[in-house]
Design a binder for this molecule. Structure first.
Ligand code: NAP
Length: 249
C-alpha cells in the first residue's frame, strides 16, 4: 500500500503523545510509536482507519534501548512517502527536587537520557533513513520550563533548555529538514497529576498548578494535539525554531 505521510511519535501511550497519535491515524498516516507500554486504543484506531501502525516498546531512558528503537525505526520506514515526520514527545518532569536534594544521580541521568539523549539518537536515525527526501519535519516537544527557571525543576528545566539548544544546532546544520522545539502549554495529562502531587518543599509553585486545575485552566490533550498538527502542516513550519503553541490561534 502506498502511503503519503509517515510519522514517528514517542510517548504515544498516554497524554499529548497519545492524542497526537490518534489524530495522525485519523489523518491517513502510517505511524510508528515508541513507549514502554503497548496501547490497545491506538491499535483499534489504526484498524478502523486502515493505517499501518507499528508500536515499538522501549524504555527511552535507557540509551541502549533508545539505540535499538532507533534502529527499528530506520528498518521500518517505508520508502517513497511524501512526508516524513518525527515528533519527539516522550518526556519526564521527574525528579522534582530542590538542587540540594538532587542526590540520586541515576534518576537525573534517566531524565536526561529520556528528555535529551533519546531525542538526539532518534533524530540521527531519522536523518540517515530519510536522506534525500524533500519533505522531512522534526518537532521536539519542549516546555516553557526550558525558558523560565522554575524552582524544584532543576533537572526538567535543564533538559528542556538542552532540547531547545540542540534543536537550534540541528537547524543551523542545514540538513534540509525543518525543525522546531515547541512549548505546548499546560495540558491535562498524567504529568500534570504528578506535578500536583508534589510536596511544596520540593516544588514551591504546586498551589498555582493545583489552582489552574481547579479552575479548569488546563488544555485538553486532544485540542492541543489538533493545534500542533495544524502547526506542523503549515508551509512555513520551522521558520520559528523556538516556538510556543500558545502563540497560535
Ligand atoms: N502536560 C503538560 O502540561 C506539559 C507542559 C509542557 C511540556 N510538556 C511536555 O509534553 C510532553 C508530553 O507530556 P505529557 O504531559 O503527555 O506526559 P505524560 O502524560 O506523562 O505521558 C508521557 C508519555 O511518555 C512516555 N514515556 C515516559 N517515560 C518513558 C520512557 N522511559 N520511555 C519511553 N516512553 C516514556 C509515556 O509512555 P509509557 O509510560 O508507556 O512509557 C507516555 O506515553 C513531554 O515532553 C512534556 O515534557 C507537557
Amino acid at each position: 500500500m502506498e502511503v503519503s505521510n509517515v510519522a514517528i511519535v514517542t510517548g504515544a501511550s498516554r497524554g499529548l503523545g497519545h492524542a497526537l497519535a490518534l489524530e495522525l491515524l485519523r489523518q491517513d498516516t502510517q505511524l510508528i510509536t515508541v513507549a514502554r507500554s503497548h496501547d490497545t486504543g491506538l491499535a483499534a484506531q489504526a484498524k478502523e482507519s486502515g493505517c499501518p501502525l507499528h508500536q515499538i516498546q522501549a524504555d527511552l531512558s535507557d540509551p541502549d534501548a533508545a539505540q535499538m528503537a532507533a534502529d527499528q525505526i530506520s528498518a521500518s520506514l517505508p520508502p517513497s512517502a511524501k512526508r516524513y515526520l518525527l515528533i519527539n514527545n516522550a518526556g519526564t518532569v521527574e525528579p522534582i527536587n530542590q538542587a540540594v536534594d538532587l542526590i540520586d544521580a541515576a534518576a537525573t541521568a534517566r531524565a536526561f537520557n529520556l528528555n535529551v539523549t533519546s531525542v538526539i539518537t532518534l533524530t540521527a536515525a531519522f536523518l540517515r533513513a530519510t536522506h534525500g527526501v524533500t519533505d522531512r519535519r522534526i518537532l521536539n516537544i519542549s516546555s516553557g520550563a526550558g525558558r523560565n527557571p522554575t524552582p524544584g525543576w532543576g533537572v526538567y528545566c535543564a533538559t528542556k533548555a538542552a532540547l531547545d539548544h540542540y534543536t537550534q544546532v540541528l537547524n543551523a546544520e542545514n540538513h534540509g529538514v525543518r525543525v522546531a522545539s515547541l512549548a505546548p502549554g499546560v495540558i491535562d495529562t498524567g504529568m500534570q497529576e504528578l506535578i500536583r502531587r508534589s510536596d511544596a518543599s520540593n516544588f514551591p509553585d504546586v498551589e498555582r498548578f493545583a489552582a489552574m486545575h481547579e479552575h479548569s485552566q488546563l488544555s485538553s490533550p486532544t485540542a492541543v494535539a489538533a493545534k500542533i498538527l495544524r502547526y506542523i502542516s503549515q508551509d512555513d513550519f520551522g521558520a520559528t525554531v523556538l516556538d510556543d503553541i500558545r502563540n497560535y490561534a
